[in-house]
Design a protein. Structure first.
Length: 421
């Protein structure tokens, strides 16, 4: 009888029910796993699915990633737009690798991917209406052409990447269409149409967006600037928490430098515009604070405008945790202006590099901050500031020569559809 009881206890202890861990322990284990793995584990049980689908769990998982620098670098990915969207592990590039390295990219599913004709028709309409309208000839050096080439409606059939924050990427796969998209989970949310200008005379000619996270209110925001002709006249902001747009202010700047997406840095979104003061024009960085929802100006260094080209083109970005400005035009340049102390105009410093370029945009820095990934004259280039060397990068299966955009994101479980619930 005693033997039988011992055997029964041994059988009970080895049964699946007796091996079940408390939900608190399971949650702590899941929190330390990559977002991709957690997504796959949702089919294991209802408990796993319930825990990993909870918005509070997604936030705790993200907080754990952001608190740990070494963990954050593991979860950081590069998203590239060139005909389709691709994701790749940028931080896996080995230090010291020379020559062209083929990075392995994973093709992503994104909204409107199954309807590529949207892009083709957009470009045909653009070329027909703007470049060949009225049969007038267009000088290659004409500023109108520069503006058109910088306008997002000309970007062939690839998705514009507005920005990324905490695993959510804001993309625009077509004129007027905006999505918040999580490349890790595949979830997406199409944003409602923004507030329209009331004036019947107003004709929207250009538009640009910026995207970021307001850590004061805990809200994800998209800001939109629109222009009638060459002057920026209206700004509105979208809140993911309320799922609505609000018109916030009117502005008066010229967009001589094209209308590329704003760069999110230090809780602020930045563009380069031109301010008119009488007969004088001065370029400034226009900064939108996501917390206060107010605009302010950051003055550019006077020497930055030394370029002899009559139509200068400035691009704002960030390098190694510092705001920077690059002069991209038809003249050849070899420098970058870096603001060593954010907001302090006197801290601007010119950095000479060993690369000559006509068009350049900083994309992201490596995890050791020694290298920066650049879009340079249509190529993807990795530049090392310590050794003053560079190497071209290729992505296997992706034709970067057709044009591309790139940005970084962290793998997270943040859902654009469950946020605020």
């Amino acid at each position: 009888m005693e033997t039988t009881n011992r055997e029964r206890r041994r059988d009970d202890e080895s049964s699946p029910e007796s091996l079940t861990l408390p939900p608190e322990i399971i949650m702590e284990i899941l929190l330390r796993l990559p977002a991709k793995s957690i997504g796959r584990f949702r089919c294991v049980s209802k408990l796993f699915c319930s825990l990993s689908s909870d918005p509070g769990f997604a936030k705790s998982h993200l907080d754990l990633i952001l608190r740990n620098d070494s963990v954050r670098s593991i979860h950081r990915k590069l998203i590239v737009s060139s005909h389709n969207l691709y994701s790749l592990d940028f931080d896996s590039i080995r230090d010291g690798c020379e020559g062209i390295r083929d990075l392995v990219a994973m093709e992503l599913d994104y909204p409107l991917k199954d309807n590529p004709s949207v892009f083709a028709e957009m470009i045909r309409s653009y070329v027909r209406d703007h470049l060949y309208g009225g049969g007038s000839e267009v000088d290659e050096d004409d500023r109108r052409v520069m503006l058109k080439l910088n306008a997002k409606s000309y970007r062939r059939n690839w998705v514009e990447i507005v920005g990324s924050s905490n695993g959510l990427v804001c993309i625009s796969p077509g004129e007027g269409a905006l999505f918040l998209y999580n490349p890790t989970t595949g979830e997406s949310k199409r944003l409602p149409e923004s507030v329209r200008h009331k004036s019947k005379e107003f004709v929207e000619q250009f538009q640009t967006y910026g995207f970021g996270f307001d850590d004061l209110s805990g809200d994800y925001k998209v800001v939109k600037l629109i222009a009638d002709g060459e002057v920026v006249v209206n700004a509105s902001v979208y809140s993911l928490r309320t799922d609505s747009w609000r018109r916030i202010s009117d502005l008066s700047y010229e967009h001589n430098d094209g209308f590329s997406s704003g760069v999110h840095f230090n809780g602020v979104i930045h563009w380069v515009f031109t301010r008119q003061e009488g007969d004088q024009n001065q370029r400034v960085i226009v900064a939108f604070d996501l917390k206060t929802e107010e605009f302010r100006e950051i003055t550019l260094p006077v020497e930055a405008e030394d370029c002899p080209h009559r139509f200068k083109n400035f691009v704002v970005g960030s390098i190694n945790g510092r705001l920077c400005v690059v002069n991209s035009c038809y003249e050849v340049h070899d420098d970058i202006w870096v603001m060593n102390e954010y907001g302090v105009v006197s801290s601007w410093k010119r950095i000479r590099i060993s690369l000559l370029y006509r068009s350049m945009k900083p994309l992201c820095s490596s995890k050791n901050d020694k290298e920066v990934l650049l879009e340079l004259d249509g190529d993807m280039v990795l530049y090392n500031f310590e050794t003053d060397t560079s190497r071209n990068l290729g992505i296997r299966g992706v034709k970067l020569s057709d044009g591309f955009e790139a940005n970084t994101y962290v793998e997270s479980l943040i859902s654009p559809n469950l946020f605020g619930m």
